[in-house]
Design a protein around this ligand. Structure first.
Ligand SMILES: [Zn+2]
Length: 299
């Protein structure tokens, strides 16, 4: 709780109510957070010991995995409020460019792990800004939701080792003539403007708006603060992996070669978060009052 991290634990005051969501969400299948952790533990262990020709799972493991994959019927979802799950915690000391409200040096992000909940602007996605030194009495018994609707939205806890990078704006942010010139210029240097220079992939604080991959933004209003109509700016980007084939040049130096690690969980997506069908979820914060609910856009 004293480190910048993804997936908790959060530095949370013992005397403050935990963030909750009372909205109704849809899920095809429900699991408990503990079942998600059990599934990941079994699969990680199985892939580590896997030898060619061997079955991946023991009979005992297969029974547990199948039971978890079957899930619980959605009608078991108890009525709210549901405790949110920790997404990220960033200390200002680790993120030099982060614009914090006055007196705050810690950003916490939480969400309600249902596929239909994380996009837009609602109590299903919340931020807290704190001054870490104010939190002297720390909450130990952290509440968890009884059921979650999408195990891809449960981050495997990771300590964050941030690196400051320079990225250039995506083509969406530029005049057509300019980005065409940039694309040609980059090609001449055997680089991809999209993959190597703009929109750094991976979990990211600040930076440019993420490129739109499967739809076109209609209006800028989409990213305005619904509370006060002020413009917003990128706060946090939650991707579905740290890099892909096109953006592999952003891969952290010093990471083990992919061939040296088991394919599960692999090293492309250490948080094990996948946003919908592998998209990017970007959080936009209000520039007038950062404590307003963030706007999230799937891109
Ligand atoms: Zn606002």
């Amino acid at each position: 709780m004293h480190d910048s991290s993804v997936g908790g634990p959060l530095l949370w005051p013992a005397g403050e109510a935990w963030a909750t969501c009372s909205q109704e969400h849809y899920a095809r299948r429900l699991n408990t957070p503990e079942e998600v952790r059990t599934l990941r533990r079994i699969l990680t262990r199985a892939w580590r010991r896997q030898k060619p020709g061997d079955a991946l799972l023991t009979q005992e493991e297969r029974v547990v995995v199948e039971r978890i994959h079957a899930g619980h019927a959605p009608r078991l979802l108890p009525t709210g409020p549901h405790p949110l799950m920790p997404v990220a915690q960033l200390y200002a000391r680790d993120v030099p460019d982060m614009t914090c409200p006055q007196d705050a040096d810690l950003l916490q992000v939480l969400w309600c792990p249902f596929d239909d909940a994380v996009e837009g602007c609602s109590e299903a996605v919340q931020v807290r800004w704190r001054r870490a030194a104010d939190v002297t009495d720390i909450l130990v018994a952290v509440p968890e939701p009884a059921y979650i609707g999408d195990d891809n939205l449960i981050p495997t806890p990771c300590v964050v080792h941030p690196e400051q990078v320079r990225e250039y704006p995506s083509a969406d942010e530029l005049e057509e003539e300019l980005w065409k010139r940039l694309y040609r210029w980059a090609e001449g240097k055997a680089l991809s403007y999209r993959g190597d220079l703009s929109g750094a992939p991976g979990w990211k604080a600040g930076g440019w708006p993420a490129p739109f991959t499967f739809w076109e933004p209609d209006e800028e209003d989409e990213r305005r603060c619904p509370t006060c109509q002020a413009p917003t700016s990128p706060l946090l980007t939650v991707p579905s992996g740290e890099w892909d084939g096109e953006s592999g040049s952003w891969r952290p130096a010093g990471d083990e070669p992919e061939a040296d690690v088991p394919p599960y969980p692999g090293n492309v997506n250490p948080t094990q978060v996948t946003v919908s069908r592998g998209y990017t979820l970007q959080f936009y914060g209000c520039t007038s009052d950062p404590r307003h609910l963030p706007v999230t856009v799937m891109q």
